[in-house]
Write a new protein. Structure first.
Length: 120
């Protein structure tokens, strides 16, 4: 599920970058991509050969993605064009970093998940 959140964060940041660069439809395109991904996941749940465990995992991912879809839809509807807008800042944003606590340590090879809110 963390991977799903990382993808959503990266895609939304990319859409904001494109909007800020002048591509007005970038956020709507991001919304459509999310909807397409949700629809594919819904189609997977219709497979009768899925185990209960796998079906449950897919449904959880759908639930998380629906929240992301609704957030991005709000950006589209309200024409949010700036990544510093509080509507984006208040979202939990997930990513990966080699060592978020010690950027000065070049020996650090492990990747860590990083969660930000309000750029903190």
């Amino acid at each position: 599920m963390l991977t799903t959140q990382i993808v959503w964060t990266e895609e939304t940041i990319s859409a904001f970058d494109e909007v800020e660069a002048g591509a007005e439809g970038a956020m709507k395109d991001n919304f459509n991509k999310i909807v397409e991904r949700i629809n594919k996941l819904i189609d997977r749940t219709l497979d009768l050969s899925l185990s209960l465990e796998l079906r449950t995992k897919i449904i959880i991912i759908i639930t998380v993605d629906v929240h992301g879809r609704d957030v991005v839809n709000e950006f589209v509807v309200k024409k949010t064009q700036d990544s510093t807008d509080f509507m984006w800042q208040k979202q939990l944003k997930f990513g990966m970093d080699k060592n978020p606590m010690r950027k000065d340590d070049p020996k650090q090879e492990h990747m860590y998940s990083v969660i930000n809110i309000c750029d903190w």
